[in-house]
Design a binder for this molecule. Structure first.
Ligand code: ATP
Ligand code: MG
Length: 203
């Protein structure tokens, strides 16, 4: 027997009502405000650009934002050019380059330590509603910064301050400490097809 249009309509409505009850109950349960620690990790594209999307959101709400870039991959990103012009943004490029370019462990360690001192200042600044620590996972992964020390400074930040950390291979302890963690999966990337980084998409 085939269902007529009215039956289908009624079944759809009943299903949506059940779904709405579940969603409404979940929304009702989430009744707290707090500063969040977010981690965007994995090999797929979209970690830093997602973090900078949150910078735009925060600025739109009149919040002040601090950004620290731990690995200076390039100095010509569109986000840096754009956000540096916005009031309410403090933007620090703290890294010196990729480790396979600097090839100097002692210097990388020293650079990372100095960079963390700048980040720590931001984590003590109550006027910053959002702090982005872009590519922080690399200094952690290579052991230039101690994970436990970083976690202690993160835990001591102002209670309403949000922090977003990006980078591949986030250490387990960081994932454990975070409130929201997203792993971006690399399904395809045009670079492997021979397309160089494109303005407005990759930088
Ligand atoms: P985006 O800044 O675009 O959000 P991301 O922060 O996730 O990227 P990174 O590892 O920081 O990724 O690399 C930044 C640059 O490398 C961007 O130009 C991005 O397009 C490129 N990229 C990211 N993921 C891949 C990948 N899986 N393969 C090749 N290139 C990538
Ligand atoms: Mg990135």
């Amino acid at each position: 027997m085939t269902m007529n249009a009215t039956d289908r309509e009624q079944r759809h409505r009943a299903r949506m009502q059940r779904k709405k009850a579940v969603v409404d109950a979940a929304i009702e349960r989430a009744d707290r405000d707090q500063g969040l620690l977010l981690v965007l990790t994995g090999n797929g594209k979209g970690k830093s650009s997602s973090a900078f999307g949150m910078v735009a959101r925060a600025l739109g709400h009149g919040m002040n934002v601090g950004v620290a870039q731990f690995i200076k991959g390039r100095s010509d990103s569109g986000e840096e050019a754009f956000f540096r012009r916005q009031p309410g943004v403090r933007w620090h490029v703290l890294g010196e380059g990729f480790t396979w370019e600097t090839q100097n462990l002692a210097r990388d360690t020293e650079t990372a330590r100095r960079a963390w001192a700048v980040a720590r200042e931001m984590l003590r600044d109550e006027t910053l509603g959002l702090v982005v620590l872009d590519e922080l996972t690399y200094p952690l992964k290579y052991g230039w910064l101690e994970v436990q020390a970083v976690l202690r400074d993160l835990a001591a930040r102002p209670p309403m301050q949000h922090v977003v950390i990006t980078g591949r291979a986030a250490p387990d302890a960081l994932i454990e400490a975070a409130d929201t963690v997203t792993g971006l999966r690399d399904i395809k990337h045009a670079f492997r097809d021979g397309v160089r980084a494109q303005k407005g998409v990759d930088l």
